[in-house]
Write a protein that binds this ligand. Sequence first.
Ligand code: HEM
Ligand code: HEM
Length: 239
Amino acid sequence: MQLADFLKLFHPVIAVIFVFPFIGTVVNFAWQTRQRRLQNLAGGKSKIPPVVGTEHKRLGEWLTGAVVGVTLLGLAYPIGKNIINKQLVNKEPFQVIFILLMFAASIASLVLLYRAKPWRWRAAFATLTGAALVIIGCQDGVYRLTNQWYWSHYYIGITASLLMIFSVAIIQDIYQDKSNRWRTIHVILNCIALLLFIGQGLTGTRDLLEIPLSWQESYVYQCDFANKTCSTPNPQTPK
Ligand code: HEM
Ligand code: HEM
């Protein structure tokens, strides 16, 4: 396998080894947090330890970092490949610098979001992180599958990342709001996020199946993807 093919696998490997196990742990703590709260509300004394809520929040913060990170990795490969193939460093240096700045901006705004306390700053840094991801996603080379957006790995992945960023932005509101409105919003949105993560598993493995290895590219990309046909080699003339 060539180096380019190894680099292509980096994103799926990180997703499978780190992100998906994380999702399982975070959801397990989420379930226990809810059960504990409901059991206490019902008057009984729950046997679930109080630490489950804090652990869910702590690992949830890690999960957000992991999802944004894996999204940036998924975007970096096709964008980087496009820059190299079209020699954009020489032809459009400012565009390349802009893309690098956007990667740096997304990471910096996420770090600042973790530290921000007043809601205005949380809203500002969450918006900046999300906007940077969307701007990076709009660059050439990214396989967006816009005409079939409902099963596009790109749209589902960006939406899941935005939901994770939103979860971090509203942590304080979940704790402070006595009416539990923010808690309910959080649960509904993150149940949707859970479905989107399942979608990422499905569409990601499908995309892996569709992307050829480097040495196969020149043959496979001659095929007509719309009509699902490939030209057959000339039949051997019998001697
Ligand atoms: C797949 C992702 C997630 C799911 C399904 C999920 C679901 C839940 C559920 C069911 C609860 C308990 C609600 C209740 O008490 O009724 C909860 C609480 C909470 N979640 Fe999440 N969540 C997810 C990710 C996150 C992330 C990424 C963060 C942010 C870092 C986060 C922060 C919180 C906080 C702060 C609470 C309150 C904990 C407490 O009461 O001590 N969650 N979540
Ligand atoms: C939390 C989970 C995941 C997120 C948020 C995520 C996000 C992304 C994003 C935003 C892209 C760039 C857009 C695109 O080219 O489609 C991408 C690319 C890709 N992802 Fe994922 N992904 C996740 C999991 C997976 C998994 C589990 C696999 C496969 C097992 C996978 C395989 C791929 C492949 C093959 C590409 C295309 C790379 C290329 O264009 O060369 N992803 N992912």
